[in-house]
Design a protein around this ligand. Structure first.
Ligand SMILES: NC(=O)c1ccc[n+]([C@@H]2O[C@H](COP(=O)([O-])OP(=O)(O)OC[C@H]3O[C@@H](n4cnc5c(N)ncnc54)[C@H](O)[C@@H]3O)[C@@H](O)[C@H]2O)c1
Length: 249
């Protein structure tokens, strides 16, 4: 690898599996020191160990992104372990597949707490360290469902639409302060979250994707790598869509 993130210290949320794991893996192989975080302790520890055995610098910290105290502890651990914090990737998410009247208040609250409040807390608690670094970068993993509407995913759509505007408003707020904030919009991506789709549901989704295939975590990781790196030093508030063309028609 080419060290595109040499000198960076990154927290990646929801990194025990799926897209988050792919991002943590690529960031570490590009020279970043990576704090892998998730509510899944065993799987998160396994990812960190795999990267350490490979010779990369990574640790695991348990983090519930909806809990402010948990965030404060992880930011402190990142700085204690690696000396600074330059980068966060807000990737953790909770899915929900119900329409408006079928969505219970409890489910709504849980989806918003992880997807939207979790992203707000991640940026808020890490901001003092990102500002101190003089060259901070935030990558918020949003969703195609934060850009287009479908039926049956009410809370998820609402939370991801919120992440989109939270990212843009924050990008404006910190544009002159040395912290860039961008968002990434995956389309259909092969991860454990998608494994419970039936063959028919999967075929239905793929029929909407002009390229005709699902993406892989590495496809989302490469876009995130660019935004986290100094190659994107003039890029803030941008929306990087990685969806095989799903949003085109
Ligand atoms: N897979 C797709 O097709 C797809 C499409 C669009 C957007 N996305 C977005 O990509 C991101 C990753 O999705 P994925 O498909 O890899 O999902 P996934 O379910 O495979 O992984 C999500 C991870 O987040 C963790 N997590 C859940 N709640 C948490 C909490 N409270 N605190 C900390 N961690 C928590 C889970 O334990 C899991 O490891 C999400 O933001 C998702 O909305 C995925």
């Amino acid at each position: 690898m080419t060290g595109r993130l040499e000198g960076k210290v990154a927290i990646v949320t929801g990194a025990a599996r799926g897209i988050g794991e792919g991002i943590a893996d690529l960031f570490a192989s590009e020279g970043a020191r990576v704090v892998i975080t998730d509510i899944l302790e065993e799987q998160g520890e396994e990812v960190a160990t795999r990267l350490q055995v490979r010779g990369d610098r990574a640790i695991f910290q348990k983090l519930d992104v909806s809990d402010e105290k948990s965030w404060q502890a992880v930011v402190a651990a990142a700085v204690a372990s690696f000396g600074s914090l330059t980068t966060i990737v807000n990737n953790a998410a909770r899915f929900s597949a119900t329409g408006l009247t079928d969505t219970s208040l409890d489910d709504w609250d849980k989806v918003v707490a992880v997807n939207l409040t979790g992203t707000y807390l991640g940026m808020k608690t890490s901001m003092p360290e990102l500002l101190r670094s003089g060259n901070g970068s935030v990558v918020n993993i949003c969703s195609l469902y934060g850009l287009i509407a479908t039926t049956g995913y009410t809370a998820y759509h609402a939370s991801k639409g919120g992440v989109r505007m939270l990212s843009k408003a924050s990008a404006l707020e910190f544009a002159k302060k040395g912290v860039r904030i961008n968002s990434v919009y995956p389309g259909d991506t092969e991860t454990p979250a998608m494994e419970n789709l039936t063959e028919d549901e999967n075929a239905q989704v793929l029929s909407l994707v002009p390229m005709g295939v699902a993406g892989k975590p590495i496809d989302i990781a490469y876009g995130s790598l660019y935004l986290a790196s100094d190659e994107a030093k003039y890029v803030t508030g941008s929306e990087l869509v990685i969806d095989g063309g799903w949003s085109l028609p």
